[in-house]
Design a protein around this ligand. Structure first.
Ligand code: SAH
Length: 260
């Protein structure tokens, strides 16, 4: 049997309609769909009724499926001749180990394509009224993970503290207190605006905003937890002027098109 093909598709930050047209077309023609915990369930409903739906975000014990097993699953599905969509939150190549999945496919000589998505690190902040750059406040931004592979050197927060651009930290909630403390110790003023955005761009989005000195307390008071973005920089203050109420659009209004 001929090999199938795998599309590594970015689902966008949360609001289902933020997926790309190309990504939605792919889902609508998938024969197997392998998805994560952070993917909006509305997108899953767009798959054909006979599509194999495989959740790798959680097994019955609530442990995520180990990465080598996910890689192998993608290879196996493609070797069964299926068109496989690997749907990942945000952009497939921004953390979340999408690059490792692509490497496994390349290694197994399975044809694949990457369909980029809107990363929560940029689009998620926009939905919280926070522009990641602004000529007057931040001339760059840095997207950082708070969670490194075991055994790797920890992030050098003292060096990151010296950067002028906006810092966006993903997977950082368990370390929030340490991150704020180390950024202050590294020289970032304690008065630097900082926020946590939980469930960015979803209906249940919540924001705690303050400064590096106050953020931990505010997050605790509001009970915010992962999945969340931590953002540090003067752009955070712009949310006072730039907050908006998103108009949500059902996916059904986006016409299906045949994949070329
Ligand atoms: N590829 C994804 C990131 C995967 S890492 C992207 O481009 O967005 C997973 C982390 O991303 C989460 O722990 C959280 O820090 C962040 N994240 C993803 N979606 C989010 C959302 N809707 N709201 C807040 N944080 C989110």
């Amino acid at each position: 049997m001929n090999n199938g093909k795998v599309w590594l598709v970015g689902a966008g930050p949360g609001d289902a309609a933020l997926i790309t047209v190309k990504g939605l077309n792919c889902i609508r023609q998938a024969q197997a769909l392998v998805y994560d915990r952070l993917v909006n369930p509305e997108l899953l409903q767009e798959a054909p009724s006979d599509c194999e739906m495989i959740n790798v975000g959680k097994n019955p014990d609530h442990h995520p499926v180990p990465q080598p097993e996910i890689n192998q699953l993608l290879v196996d599905c493609a070797r069964r001749g299926l068109n496989v969509v690997r749907l990942k939150g945000g952009d497939p190549y921004v953390f979340g180990r999408g690059a490792e999945e692509a490497e496994a496919l390349a290694q197994a000589e399975i044809p694949f394509e990457v369909i980029p998505g809107i990363s929560s690190s940029i689009g998620g902040l926009a939905y919280a009224g926070i522009p990641v750059t602004h000529r007057d406040y931040a001339s760059g931004f840095h997207v950082i993970t708070g969670h490194l592979r075991q055994g790797n050197q920890p992030q050098d927060w003292a060096t990151l503290a010296k950067l002028e651009g906006t810092l966006v930290i993903l997977m950082g909630m368990t370390q929030l207190e340490a991150i704020c403390q180390q950024l202050i110790a590294g020289g970032k003023p304690a008065s630097t605006p900082a926020a946590v955005v939980m469930h960015a761009s979803h209906q249940q989005q919540q924001i705690a905003a303050g400064t590096l000195a106050t953020l931990v307390e505010q997050v605790a008071a509001q009970g915010l937890t992962a999945p969340a973005l931590i953002v540090v920089g003067n752009v955070v203050d712009l949310r006072k002027r730039l907050t908006f109420i998103p108009q949500r659009q059902p996916l059904a209004v986006i016409p299906a098109r045949v994949l070329s």
